[in-house]
Design a protein around this ligand. Sequence first.
Ligand code: AMP
Ligand code: TRP
Length: 325
Amino acid sequence: MRIFSGIRPTGDLHLGNYLGAIKQWIPLQQINECVFCIVDLHAITTPYDPKKLQKNILETTAIYLAAGINPEKSIIFVQSQIKEHAELAWLLETITPMGELKRMTQFKEKSEQHKDYINAGLLNYPVLMAADVLLYKGEAVPVGKDQEQHIELMRSLAKKFNQKFGQTFKEPESLILKEGSKIMSLTDPKKKMSKSDEPKSCIFLFDAPEDITKKIMSATTDSGKDIKYNITKKSGISNLLTIYSLLSGKTTQELEKEFKGKNYGEFKKSLAEVVVNYLEPFRRKQKELASREAYIQEILKKGQDRAQIIAKATMQEVKEKMGLV
Ligand code: AMP
Ligand code: TRP
């Protein structure tokens, strides 16, 4: 199968991005052809600093590598380096109903968050995302739960294109994990962990050990004192148990047993240790980054060359079908 996924290079990827998306990319590489993109054209639809964008792209690439993406197997590249993404997005826009874009949850949320930055790019964001995947004839898209609606639109655009212009695209399916697809905020476990929230609600992959410990120790927990998984009554502890389980490989039941009779403080202390140790390679890669920029640039260039071949072929086919050549 051809797999496609991407993350915006916004400079501060967090545990939610990792557990919901990146972590599931790693095993997929074994038997699939994977394309992992750094979607800078999406990153510029919300306020950003142009001076920091290149650094953020390198950092995001370093995270992909630290997580275990193998650049010899998988294609890693930067979206804006392949012009066909924007070109296909334009063509797909001509078959996208405006109403559907306006109804997208992410568009509504981001418009609410950045009231003075509601641009047409933000509205058309899901069409560019559809172009990303369809350009490579992607068949499956591993993402967190918040992207499900965008993938639904992608499927309907693929179907519509095929009906109008002849069979071209498969309808990509979303790969959403049962656990980890929605990691919640540490300060408000009813909301998803998000970088646009206050920093202590979020564990960033490059956070210093003492910050990780502080954030976990002060995470909102629930009334009562048992370490028990119960998403409705104990959303705080349940979120921490999910994180613990995904990073340690132990099931939540095993953890409940292990922490029977222990208090929240003891549990959090142990979780902080697990998180600090797990994220050690990420901190190391970030430090190495300065000296390895040339190496990372080389990986991105190789990825670009490989991606370009596929993108060009699809674009030629699409243009022919649409009567543009
Ligand atoms: P973004 O930072 O919005 O580009 O998201 C990158 C990836 O992380 C997407 O696949 C999202 O669905 C996923 N993601 C973002 N926040 C969370 C979260 N709190 N829990 C799980 N997955 C998430
Ligand atoms: N919209 C995704 C997000 O916010 C990022 C993204 C862009 C993406 N293009 C994609 C994800 C293509 C999967 C496939 O997380």
